[in-house]
Design a protein around this ligand. Structure first.
Ligand SMILES: [Cu+2]
Length: 220
């Protein structure tokens, strides 16, 4: 081997060596690791949807047709609520609460689902702070609604024990957020009046469902 051939071979060898060191370790292996850890994260985030369903409510409309479900999931630290309506929720926001009686009578004399009573309110406080007050339900243009949210004012066991119902209202909930610059005709002082402090002015009741425990058969 001539000197120049030797040096050019050495040079070529060094280039290969440097390329080997600077390339990320086996491209495909790195991708797989990343995909696997992403999968694990996704599984962890949604594990409550497959494993820990503890309570549910079948939601009926005023014609007593089932239009959706509300499900409660629990893990060591958190409680989650999932509401899934395939139909029957008009476009826009709707008051969405837990009411004190687990009785959903569509033909009740005082109006559909009036049998469910007032908001679930064991602390006897005002609307916005009721234990049964929840994030609003949003109806899409096609009148479906989907909601997944974390809750911490109640536990599913508590709801089962208290025999309560979930109600969807016709109108948006104002959470009694009425600034002092408004004066109600029904009240002597500015801000929210008695009705608003009890209901959030969310209108009549369009859907109702009793909270029930998930049985072992339903789990498996
Ligand atoms: Cu309500």
């Amino acid at each position: 081997m001539s000197k120049s051939t030797f040096f050019s071979s050495l040079f070529f060898f060094l280039i290969l060596l440097i390329a080997g060191c600077t390339n990320p370790p086996t491209d495909s292996g790195g991708e797989t690791d990343r995909e696997e850890s992403q999968e694990e994260e996704t599984e962890a985030a949604f594990s409550h949807t497959s494993n820990n369903e503890v309570a549910y409510a079948s939601m009926i409309n005023v014609h007593e047709e089932v239009i959706g479900h509300v499900r409660f999931y629990e893990n060591e630290n958190d409680v989650f609520l999932e509401a899934d309506f395939k139909e029957g929720i008009p476009a826009g926001f709707h008051g969405f609460h837990i009411h004190e009686n687990g009785i959903c009578e569509a033909n009740a004399s005082e109006g559909p689902f009036s049998t469910a009573g007032g908001h679930y309110n064991p602390d006897e406080t005002f609307h916005g702070n009721h234990v049964g007050d929840m994030i609003s339900l949003y109806g899409t243009e096609e009148e479906s609604a989907y909601l997944f949210t974390k809750v911490d004012r109640f536990t599913p066991d508590q709801l089962i024990e208290e025999e309560v119902a979930i109600i969807v209202h016709s109108d948006p909930d104002n959470f009694a957020n009425i600034p002092e610059r408004y004066q109600s005709e029904e009240s002597d002082s500015p801000g929210p009046d008695k009705d608003t402090l009890q209901t959030g002015d969310a209108g009549h009741r369009i859907s109702c469902g009793v909270v029930e425990p998930i049985s072992q058969e339903q789990k498996s």
